[in-house]
Design a protein around this ligand. Sequence first.
Ligand code: ATP
Ligand code: MG
Length: 351
Amino acid sequence: MTAIVEMQGLRKVYRRRGRDDVVAVEGLDLDLGRPGTVHGFLGPNGSGKTTTIRCALGLIRPSAGGVRVFGVDSHTRFHEVAPRVGAIVESPKMFPNFSGRRNLTLLAELGGIEPRAVDRALETVGLAGRGEDNFGTYSLGMRQRLAIAGALLKDPDLLILDEPANGLDPAGIAEMRVLIRRIAEEGKAVVVSSHQLTEVEQICDDVTIVSNGRLIRTGSLAEIRTFAGQDRVVVTIDDRDGAIAALAEAGLPAHPRPAHGELSVDVAPERSADVTRALADRGRYLSGLRFEQASLERAFLNLTGGSLPPPPGEALAPPPGGATPLAGSGPVDLPASVGAPPPPAPTRRES
Ligand SMILES: Nc1ncnc2c1ncn2[C@@H]1O[C@H](COP(=O)(O)OP(=O)(O)OP(=O)(O)O)[C@@H](O)[C@H]1O
Ligand SMILES: [Mg+2]
């Protein structure tokens, strides 16, 4: 089915008086959001996520191209679909001396929404028992959840959350994950931006990675993960070359890594005993062993060559055979096509 948010050639340049312009979004062609799913919109700080979201919500005017939400242009006609879209872009202002419930009731009144929506929203975000407490006494995690409750009041079909886990501790992040997943399971399309790839990896169905205002890759989580290679075992040993030869004899493909005395073996952690046995059988004893998981973060590093975006128009070839690990060595194995530096930027970018 068609995605809810469709961007064509979206570009946004911030003009700054007396200083160089900032190209925040370089020309995005991108679809986001399907009912009942979570779409992770991921990229490092300053990669243009918030700018893209602000364009999608009609809050700022694109410099070129545009965004359609539920089929209408978000810059000129967003009001037509606004009732179907809930969003948190910046921390919404709440009254600290009013209870959570009172804050939501005010928001509902402002939006012409029936009061019983307040109870439903408090229930959804797990604050039903704390609704009478003053907002000022809420923890950061509770504040974030109340903000989400505010965005849910109108029972939107699309919920866009910009960095909902910002500033939360691990327990708060875990709660946020459960909440986001639950909202998607109710049938809503959820788009979540984050610069913390590992934070959202566990809850996304689809993933888009951007860097320096450009699209790096978009697809299902499984597709994007193929760029992470596979789980592997990292061994520290004195005679690395000898160890690599010994492992090859045992049918275990190993590669040197940049760190002194380190090599990686392309096997799942469960097979680490095979690695130690193969080495010991050949009179070689390792001094260290750890695991490295195939993660979205590693996929990101592989796709960007660390942090460099690919030259415009250059397609990133998937690894041969889909899930086959990327060949090479080093902490991240870079596909040849992404090692090239980006073309000279026409304007300076803020970091
Ligand atoms: N109002 C503005 N005026 C000038 N430059 C801006 C403005 N807003 C954002 N930028 C710049 O645009 C670029 C993209 O910023 P944006 O906030 O969209 O990135 P982001 O991916 O949301 O980053 P973060 O993960 O830190 O939230 C950055 O270089 C930023 O400094
Ligand atoms: Mg941002």
